[in-house]
Design a protein around this ligand. Structure first.
Ligand code: 13P
Ligand code: SF4
Length: 304
């Protein structure tokens, strides 16, 4: 290990103890951040850990909406986002005001918000979902009509797996939306004995062309438990680090070279250490927004 990295890890260890802090990292973070984290997971797992931890400080290595989610679920804790510029372009494709307008057009619909939304949008929603529970949550609802925001691709994925009428918002993940069905065909030609596993943020035609579609946590479970030895992975490239680490005997191929989320790559070990040293940037949510957003998130966490 390089001397500089060793020193950073040592400092991180000291600061974590001093601050009683926990480091949470999303599966798309760079390898050194994943390796230094106390918990690495998908959006659902991360929100559960944030809600349950007894640490005083949560360092969220991910993007802004994830840190906001932790601040909503654990308001008594200090939530740090090491890189304040790490946002999610999909979350920025909807505002609370635009959602309020859309709700007027569909007064009977239950509003289901992907967690990839601001706290203000969650506050306007009835319930949240992540990619790992979206179908189960929608099917658990009494309403026949669902207004699903903001990911039209995850919304279509749900619509194909429910009898409910699903009204879509035209948002998408700029990273996953880059992949086309032709890329799946090309990857299969290159690796004919591999299975294709994609994220439901991919276009519906990509999901149809693939063999399986799961959240990042679901892809990890599948890789661990299935007998397949060669897997073409259709999600952000950061997941390959953990896939390869947990399954050294298996082969993983990235479906498309454009599967990189720049926002997920802004965080590094140095920024994590600096955040804990300076105790900033702190992510907070105003009380009025938080209470309503918390209701939508807790309703989701109660569905099993
Ligand atoms: P999951 O890890 O919950 O599948 O989320 C994917 C994602 O794009 C998060 O921004
Ligand atoms: Fe947002 Fe897509 Fe990046 Fe996830 S991968 S943070 S959905 S832009």
């Amino acid at each position: 290990m390089q001397e500089q990295k060793r020193q950073l890890l040592e400092r991180l260890h000291e600061l974590k103890k001093q601050r009683n802090a926990i480091i949470l990292a999303h599966n798309y973070q760079i390898g050194e951040v994943q390796d230094a984290a106390d918990y690495v997971g998908d959006s659902f797992g991360l929100s559960r850990v944030a809600a349950d931890t007894d640490a005083d400080v949560i360092v969220f290595c991910g993007v802004h909406f994830m840190a906001e989610g932790a601040a909503i679920l654990a308001p008594e804790k200090t939530v740090l986002l090491p890189e304040i510029l790490a946002g999610c372009p999909m979350a920025e494709m909807i505002t609370a005001e635009a959602l309020r307008e859309k709700k007027k057009e569909h007064p009977g619909a239950t509003v289901v918000a992907y967690v990839n939304t601001s706290a203000a949008v969650k506050a306007e929603s009835d319930i949240c979902v992540t990619s790992s529970n979206a179908v189960a949550v929608v099917n658990s609802l009494a309403a026949a009509e669902i207004l699903f925001v903001p990911d039209m691709n995850l919304g279509s994925f749900v619509a194909d797996r429910t009898d409910k009428k699903v009204i879509l918002w035209e948002g998408y993940c700029i990273t996953h939306h880059r992949v086309r069905a032709a890329d799946v065909a090309q990857a299969r030609e290159k690796h004919p004995d591999a299975v294709v596993v994609v994220h439901p943020e991919c276009r519906p035609e990509v999901v149809k062309a693939a063999d399986y579609a799961f959240s990042t946590g679901g892809i990890l479970d599948f890789a661990r438990n299935s007998r397949e030895n060669k897997l073409i992975i259709g999600t952000e490239m950061g997941l390959i680090h953990r896939l390869q680490k947990e399954n050294p005997e298996k082969e993983f191929y990235l479906l498309h070279q454009g599967l990189v989320c720049p926002n997920m790559k802004y965080t590094n070990l140095e920024k994590v250490v600096t955040a804990l040293e300076k105790m900033q940037p702190v992510i907070t949510v105003s009380t009025s927004v938080r209470e309503r957003a918390r209701h939508a998130l807790e309703r989701m966490l109660a569905v099993r």
